[in-house]
Design a binder for this molecule. Sequence first.
Ligand SMILES: Cc1cc2nc3c(=O)[nH]c(=O)nc-3n(C[C@H](O)[C@H](O)[C@H](O)COP(=O)(O)O)c2cc1C
Length: 199
Amino acid sequence: MKTLLHVKSSVFGDQGQSAQLAERLIKRWLADNADGQVVVRDLVASPIPHFDAGSIAALSTPAEQRTPEQQAAVELSDTLIAELQQADAVVLGAPMYNFAVPSQLKAWFDQVARNGVTFRYTEQGPEGLLQDKPVYVLATRGGLYRDVGLDFQVPWIKLILGFVGIKQVEVIYAEGLNMSDSQASLAQAQSELDALALA
Ligand SMILES: Cc1cc2nc3c(=O)[nH]c(=O)nc-3n(C[C@H](O)[C@H](O)[C@H](O)COP(=O)(O)O)c2cc1C
């Protein structure tokens, strides 16, 4: 049975444009994988705490010496990483908020990029430790940034996914969603999504 991980980060929940595009993509994926399961990680409904000095202390304390709080912090990181490891494919809702990913999504990446678990440093430089898998990024924006040299979001998402070993990144852009032609932009994104060859 295949597993699709849906990572949600829109503050608008299921009404968000990224969530609606995700729903469309997930329907297609389920049509191809009738016995597949979808695991939802909703970063807005269940926020992930910021990574801080306490997180580092928890991860570097031997299991038998951890306080209950440290144990809970490590378990959260372990759970998020396990969800990513066990997924055959990932749908990543990625709205643009203030030119970047939502802070909720940044907090998720801070938890799943873990030295010795999802990446490691070698003599030749960093090496990603996750098995490669398709990640479908749904990049929703109010304005236009694609191909004009002002997109600091999608290149960063590709960089950090590559850092942990994931190179199969497909991006569906829904741009100009706060502009007058937003319906046409959305329709374009939907048709790109429908044409996507899903693994
Ligand atoms: C707090 C906030 C910040 C935003 N910042 C930007 C931005 O920097 N650039 C942009 O093009 N759109 C920006 N937008 C618009 C969103 O990207 C747009 O509404 C998009 O559809 C959001 O996706 P979602 O509906 O999945 O949350 C912002 C929206 C919010 C709520």
